[in-house]
Each structure stands twice: as structure tokens, then as C-alpha cells.
Design a protein around this ligand. Structure first.
Ligand SMILES: [Zn+2]
Ligand SMILES: [Zn+2]
Length: 354
């Protein structure tokens, strides 16, 4: 989704049309007749000629990157989160395929056996998040998080949920609000980790500049302190000490300013959501650990070659190789329980019960 940005002129034309304007594009320019309210909101005349980079002396209003018109339209577009519910055309997976994959599921410290399998449908979601990091500089971008039924995470859907990567238009579908909300349950946890990955470079470069400026500042003041009393004229030791103390205070104040300047403000919010209803095969398994056992459901969606990852009960991250905790058979991922041998401290058990 990041590389398929529309050019500013066609974005402007579509954004104006979506708000009721009549728009006609001619090459590098577009003429728009705006409804009076829209003209007022955009501080623009009702008959508006726009161009990405108008020639000098031309009557057109600029809509290129950084222009007030484009800024207003994109701010407006960001105020709401567009979403779509689609049903991509895809055949249901084979039950035998799903059962075979489920039979190979690795439970690191327990046994799993297939009980039965059934064909059905499930809602999947792809949430595109817009993130920004602001400190002395501003960074921004998009990342996407994909979510499956039962808090799972699709592992083999490729670009099926990415409607911007598809040529064909999937037909709209229906699903009840509860199903849509349920699929978004693990969003916060997964988005937070994806955000950390997406913003890592920005945060590192802010930290590097902070470290560099901190060092320069420290060296500069160390130089000034070394000069106190170093000249030919003799300086009273008490006066020299006062001057040095003043330098230290000044340096510390400047270093505190740097901390403020380089403290990043990180934000992320959903920019667009696609929900897709897909044919799936759900396989029920019985898993055992010592004397306890529980039921587990795994899901294979249409077109996928791998089962959805299971949600870790400790951190909500998807895992293909869960371990089971001793007391309540929570599913725990490799990060939460790197060693599954013997009794491990379960993150999910340690949390206060909801
Ligand atoms: Zn985990
Ligand atoms: Zn547990």
C-alpha cells in the first residue's frame, strides 16, 4: 500500500468529486465546480482550476505536495477511517488438506490429535495503520496488521486481503458488527509490535543525533572549563570555581534542552480497514499436557497453504509452535516461553483474571 500512492492531481480530483464537486481533468490540470459549502470549507472559489505545479502567472491553484489545498484535503480524508467488507472469490480449502496440516501442528510440550473438521466462513481483517514519529524531525509511514478469526493471524493469505494490490474488485459482503469487532480484538497488541518495527529506524536516527549533540555540547563546555584560569593572568581560585560552576549549570541546562528536543512523540492510528469473509475449514483438536486436556481450533482459510497462527494467551502474538502451561493449558508463544521443557512461568496465568 505504501508504494501505490496516487499522484496529487488525481487525488485532488477524486477527493473533490467525493465531496460533491463536478470535476474534469485535462492533462496536467483539472477544473472543478464546488458546492458552495465545500468552497467555503476549502477557502476556494466555487469554480476552481487546479494543477500540481501551476505555471507562473497562471490562474490555477496549486495542489502539489505541501500545497494548502492538498494539505486540507488529506487532513479531511484522515479524519475518518474508511473501511470495506468484501468477499473475494475463492474456493473453500479441502478438508483433507486442513486436517493433514492440523495433524502436523507442533505443540511443544504436549500432544495434539484431530477430532473433526468442518467447512464454514470466517471474517479476516487487514488494518492499515498510519504512524508518525516527531522529535527534531518528523517521520511518517504506513504499516498493515492482519487478523483472523479466534484471535488468530493469517500466515498464508499473501496479498488476498490487500485490496490495493488487486486488479479485480471483490464484491461487497455482509457480516454483523460483533463478528467485525471480534476479529479486531488482538489489534492493539499486534499493532504495537508492528509499530515498533516500522518506527525503529526513525527512533534510532533521533537517538544518534541526540548522542552526537550531547557529546558536542559536553566537549564544548569541557573546553570552556579548561580555559578558566589557564591564561597568563592569575585568577583568584574562588572566582575560577564560581565561573566553572556557572559553566556546569549552563551545560546542564543545555543538555536538558536537548532531551526535550530529541524526545520522540510516537503516534499510530488506523487509516483504513478491509474486512473479508472467506471460506475456511475449521479443525478441532484435542491437546493434552500431563493430566489435563482441552479443545483447540485451528483454521485454514481459502487459498492459504498454512494454518492461521494461533494467538498467544500471554502476548496476543501469533504462533505456529505453542507450548501449554501446566495449570490452565494456556497457549504460549516462543517469545513468552522460549523453553517449554518442565514447568515454565506462564505469562497468561500471572495476569490478573479478567
Ligand atoms: Zn506470547
Ligand atoms: Zn497459564
Amino acid at each position: 500500500m505504501t508504494d501505490a500512492l496516487p499522484d496529487p492531481l488525481s487525488f485532488t480530483a477524486r477527493a473533490l468529486a467525493a465531496r460533491g464537486a463536478l470535476v474534469e481533468t485535462h492533462g496536467a490540470e483539472a477544473v472543478a465546480l464546488l458546492p458552495p459549502a465545500l468552497g467555503k470549507a476549502l477557502h476556494a472559489p466555487e469554480e476552481l482550476l487546479v494543477a500540481t505545479h501551476p505555471r507562473e502567472g497562471a490562474a490555477a491553484v496549486a495542489c502539489g505536495i505541501g500545497s494548502p489545498l492538498l494539505e486540507r484535503l488529506s487532513a479531511e480524508a484522515r479524519r475518518s477511517t474508511p473501511w470495506a467488507l468484501v468477499a473475494p472469490a475463492a474456493d473453500a480449502p479441502k478438508v483433507s488438506h486442513a486436517t493433514a496440516l492440523a495433524g502436523r501442528l507442533v505443540v511443544r510440550n504436549g500432544l495434539a490429535e484431530v477430532v473433526d473438521a468442518a467447512v464454514g466462513t470466517a471474517v479476516y481483517a487487514r488494518v492499515t495503520m498510519a504512524w508518525s514519529v516527531e522529535a527534531d524531525d518528523r517521520y511518517e509511514g504506513l504499516f498493515a496488521v492482519e487478523l483472523g478469526p479466534d484471535r488468530g493471524e493469517p500466515a498464508g493469505l499473501g496479498s488476498l486481503l490487500d485490496v490495493t494490490a488487486r486488479e479485480d474488485d471483490a464484491p461487497p459482503a455482509r457480516a454483523d458488527a460483533a463478528a467485525l469487532a471480534a476479529v479486531l480484538a488482538p489489534l492493539a497488541g499486534r499493532a504495537q509490535r508492528a509499530l515498533a518495527a516500522a518506527s525503529r529506524d526513525a527512533l534510532e536516527s533521533i537517538e544518534r543525533r541526540h548522542a552526537r549533540d550531547h557529546q558536542r555540547m559536553t566537549e564544548y563546555f569541557a573546553g570552556l572549563a579548561a580555559e578558566v584560569g589557564a591564561g597568563r593572568r592569575k585568577v583568584d581560585p574562588a572566582v575560577a570555581a564560581t565561573r566553572r560552576a556557572a559553566l556546569v549549570a549552563e551545560r546542564d541546562a543545555r543538555l536538558r534542552d536537548l532531551v526535550v528536543r530529541y524526545t520522540p512523540k510516537v503516534t499510530a492510528a488506523p487509516a483504513a480497514m478491509v474486512f473479508a469473509t472467506l471460506p475456511v475449514v475449521r479443525v478441532r483438536l484435542r491437546v493434552r499436557r500431563r493430566k489435563l486436556d482441552r479443545e483447540l481450533r485451528v483454521v485454514l482459510p481459502a487459498t492459504a497453504q498454512a494454518l492461521d497462527l494461533l494467538a498467544c494467551d500471554g502476548c496476543d502474538e501469533g504462533t505456529a509452535r505453542p507450548a501449554l502451561c501446566d495449570d490452565r493449558l494456556h497457549l504460549v508463544c516462543e517469545r513468552c516461553a522460549p523453553q517449554a521443557q518442565g514447568r515454565f512461568a506462564c505469562v497468561a496465568c500471572a495476569r490478573p483474571r479478567r
